[in-house]
Design a protein around this ligand. Structure first.
Ligand code: OOG
Ligand code: NI
Length: 409
């Protein structure tokens, strides 16, 4: 038989996550402190709990685990993102409409991630990816929409060489060593913060409407907005970051941690966006160094995935309405477990929470922005996104159901 490519898509994903983590550490030094603190705490939890600590993922998986967030401007751009992540075995899962958040954000989003359990175990890298809705009149008047579309059409986020390598990797399930090195160099560079001057007047105009719109449509490239390690005790992480003098947002988003119930879904917190030097072109044409606060550090803790019934209960009544034991969560079909003899194995939640995402967005906005609810909304739904991506958009519940069914056969 023939050998597969030297560097499989699984290995590309692991290397890509590592390369982005190295990049982000050089760009945002507090991120390095965050990662180090997570590693300390994870080692402590492992010592304290033993095998119990690894029920929601091996220590190898959790140590390498990152999620990123990126933001792009157009259907064409998110289709290109899908090709780059597709090369790494990351597929779009879920549809999130952040225009319904408080405050509303003019984007819709998905998450690119592995979908098979074995791939998730090998490296679960996922990227929350948002695309601007420039034709939503509640945010952008006709003139701003036209200028946004012109600005976005003129930029190229990903060089053709990168997209060609991505397509080759996706078709073959990987790349040769030399092509893999080139792919990773170009892909990582595409997400680095650019030194290209920002047009001050244009950026400020967009920022008066939405800081996220300015971060997307006010600059000629994209960048990682944040990169997030996973920790096994997020309450302890929060305390330890503050003790090191890093100001965290005022709360941990998601289910409360002190109810004595099993860990469910996703808990997240972040440190506030830091001022970073950025170059600006002023109205008179001079280029000056100023600063922007858009990028931050976030940390997550993951629990068991909830079924649609469990999720409805959580959304309506919160965690305290849940029964206190895993046996009951399973018996009432509120959460996904696999029965292994008389042991229950939780299926870890691999997705995001719109309400927490909104909280993460909001905690790092400089203002609530300006939107006018009386104006016309633009139509966006999962079908729109799937068409834009030109590939299947997976339903998270279908993936959890299939995994439970396969493991129970
Ligand atoms: C994405 C915010 C959502 C999360 O962890 O919920 C997110 C963004 O700020 O672009 O990353
Ligand atoms: Ni995030």
């Amino acid at each position: 038989g023939s050998l597969g490519p030297a560097v499989s898509s699984t290995e590309l994903r692991a290397r890509f996550a590592r390369a982005l983590s190295d990049l982000y550490g050089t760009e945002v030094p507090a991120y390095t402190t965050l990662v180090r603190t997570c590693e300390e705490i994870n080692a402590e939890v492992l010592r304290r709990l033993g095998p119990e600590a690894e029920r929601l993922g091996s220590i190898g998986r959790v140590t390498a685990e990152r999620h990123g967030a990126i933001r792009v401007g157009t259907a064409e751009e998110i289709a290109q993102v899908a090709r780059v992540f597709g090369a790494c075995g990351m597929h779009p899962v879920g549809f999130y409409d952040l225009r319904e958040a408080t405050p509303p954000i003019p984007v819709v989003s998905t998450a690119f991630r592995p979908v098979d359990r074995a791939e998730l175990a090998a490296n679960p890298f996922r990227v929350f990816t948002s695309v601007l809705v420039a034709d939503d009149r509640r945010f952008f008047d006709a003139d701003t929409q036209a200028r946004l579309e012109e600005f976005l059409a003129a930029r190229q986020l990903f060089p053709a060489e990168l997209l060609d390598l991505a397509d080759a990797a996706e078709a073959a399930g990987g790349l040769s060593e030399a092509d893999a090195a080139r792919f990773l160099e170009l892909a990582t560079a595409a997400f680095a913060l650019s030194a290209e001057p920002v047009d001050r007047a244009w950026y400020d105009h967009l920022e008066s409407i939405s800081s996220v719109a300015a971060d997307i449509g006010g600059v000629t490239s994209t960048h990682i907005n944040h990169l997030t390690p996973r920790v096994l005790d997020i309450d302890e992480l929060y305390r330890r970051m503050e003790a090191q003098g890093i100001a965290m947002i005022d709360r941990i988003q998601g289910p409360p941690g002190d109810t004595g119930r099993p860990d469910v879904l996703l808990r997240q917190t972040s440190f506030r966006a830091l001022a970073e030097p950025r170059r600006f072109r002023e109205v008179d044409g001079t280029v000056v160094t100023g600063e922007l606060r858009v990028r931050f550090g976030e940390v997550e803790a993951r629990g068991v995935a909830l079924t649609p019934a469990g999720r409805a209960l959580y959304d309506d009544q919160g965690l305290t309405a849940f029964p206190p034991t895993e046996a009951e969560l399973h018996a009432q079909d509120l959460a996904y477990y696999v029965e292994d003899g008389d042991v229950l194995r939780p299926i870890v939640y691999e997705d995001f929470l719109p309400r927490s995402a909104a909280g993460i967005f909001a905690s790092n906005l400089t203002s609530d922005g300006a939107s006018d609810a009386t104006q016309r909304a633009a139509a966006r739904d999962a079908t729109w996104l799937q068409d834009a991506l030109g590939r299947p958009l997976h339903d998270p519940y279908a993936l959890y159901d299939a995994e439970r069914a396969a493991a129970s056969r």
